[in-house]
Design a protein around this ligand. Sequence first.
Ligand code: HEC
Length: 105
Amino acid sequence: MTRVAAVLAAALLVLAGIPANAADPAAGQAKSGMCATCHGKNGIGTAPNYPNLAGQKSQYLAQQMHLFRSRERKSEQMNIIAQPLSDQDIQDLAAYYESLPAGGS
Ligand code: HEC
């Protein structure tokens, strides 16, 4: 095996261990900057009409974001905000908010 092939094989082995679509809370945190305006840095809504997300189940959060994106769930604000989110963004954000303590911190 050439050196290049050996390096490539090693890289593939490393990549194979990391599913590309795993939900990543750290990546979600990095993507949550603008969400914090309304849902709070700690996932607690900053006004009475902004729901808390902290500690909510990620499957539910992801489902709501998909529904906002497809406009099956109507919300003037969230329909616009969810538009540019990829499936990966949604998974990461949902995992991040689930990881936060429900009562805030
Ligand atoms: C301008 C304020 C605003 C911003 C910014 C915002 N949201 Fe929201 N979000 C809302 C409002 C208002 C609702 C409630 C919508 C409704 O009336 O159904 C909501 C609802 C949600 C829900 C559903 C909660 C539930 O219990 O059903 C999720 C999930 C959510 N937002 C995620 C996000 C994420 C992730 C971001 C950042 C990418 C974000 N939001 C940015 C205002 C905002």
